[in-house]
Write a protein that binds this ligand. Sequence first.
Ligand code: UTP
Length: 490
Amino acid sequence: MSSQANSTPDNTFAGRTHTERVRADAAGQAHVFRFWTELDEAGREQLLKQLQAVDYELLGRLGALLKMDEPAPSESTPELTPPDLFPLARDEGASAIADLATAQGNELLDGGQVGYMIVAGGQGSRLGYDGPKGCFPVGPLSDRTLFELHARRLLAAGRRHGNAPVWYVMTSPANDAPTRKFFEENGHFGLEPTNVFFFSQDMLPALDLEGRMLLAAKDSLFLAPNGHGGSLAALASSGALEDMERRGITLISYFQVDNPFARPADALFLGLHRRAGAGMSSKVVAKRDAGEKVGVLGNIDGVMGCIEYSDLAPELREATDETGNLLFRAGNIAVHALDVSFVKELTSGGVLSLPWHVARKTMSALGETADEVAIAGAKFETFVFDALAKSASSVTLEVSREVEFSPVKNRDGEDSADSCRSDLCRMFASWLVNSGIEAPQGRVGEFPAIEVDPLFAEDRDEFIQRLRDGHVGQVTATGGLRFEDPEAIE
Ligand code: UTP
């Protein structure tokens, strides 16, 4: 949020208090001062600091958004069309383009033009883990954390392309300190500390149904991260974009912390994006079936974006194309390529307007007295995929779900750490087929207990090559099979 400075600021404590009381009062938010007399100096300073960062004009708009039960009905139904997919099943022509794009992507990677960016500022509330989600262990046999698995993929990419990977890690003020500490305690997972650039997204106040700010404590507003769309403004305000330019990075490979299958150094994707002269591109997976409740990428009145499941009429959900596949099948997996110049243009002058999304929630906040009570209200977020609308051209690459997507979202069941571990083992087990190696006795879920370190192999072809080169796996005490970085073992 931008700070709304007084035109003749009185920077004494009393002056700042006065200014903030006046601003809060004018915006109908004076209740946030209700415990003021009980606060010590540090508490008052903390609350003042948070209030100084509040953009009341924005807050007013968000409050109005919240009070609308439904968005205002539009005059006409939007026309929805599927995106032009670069498909997984390729004919000869598409294969030839894929070869050229892969070569171009490899040039970008070899030349150090690709910077890797992870968004890890979310609260992970569904997982219910007490700490940054990236610190959660998901390696089926190694117990490696999400951060470490991603880091090892980047290290593998660095080895392949002969340069040191540069990683931009977005946190939020709520998890920035523990995230940095975790990286430090783990030696930045083998990455050069100077090549890990932490930056933080903004937070903004949660509101009750009347549009009033909530308090998390007597001296603290109830703040929530502003959504992964906040990453774009944060790239600019943190100096990350300048850092990229200094290093000769022209392309950002964007992925989420919760998907250890993400393949950030995918030469095909990056090459397709650059060949198309695109500002922002996306990877998608085919929806499992018409009823899978995921957003799909598509054109909304001719503008690229993400179509919510609920916005797709049943007959469109079921519609198929000439190949018999679902017409609207482009399930969004939140993997993007973004040109540095595109993000720079979007954020120039500090104004990037992405639409706000309302996440209605019941939150535990302070009631009129200091008791914690459940209060119905909302948090507000912007989404990175809404920036697709601002990109003149965009590539949508279809990839295999089995190979590239299994996120850790929930505590158990679908999209949980358990389902993710099973999916990893299923993929690794598929690499063993025809390799002459017997599947181990141990099981993870219903699959053989196998883990392949990204530094051993990133895909089946590389895995087979490693075996041909004489590298082997180790049987673990629990009957699993681990294939580790050969350079670390030798
Ligand atoms: P999700 O939408 O799954 O949210 O984020 P979450 O916060 O991780 O989990 P829940 O919804 O509270 O259970 C998808 C990705 O976007 C990042 C997350 O860290 C995750 O990588 N994200 C989300 C941010 O970086 N900032 C945000 O404000 C929201």
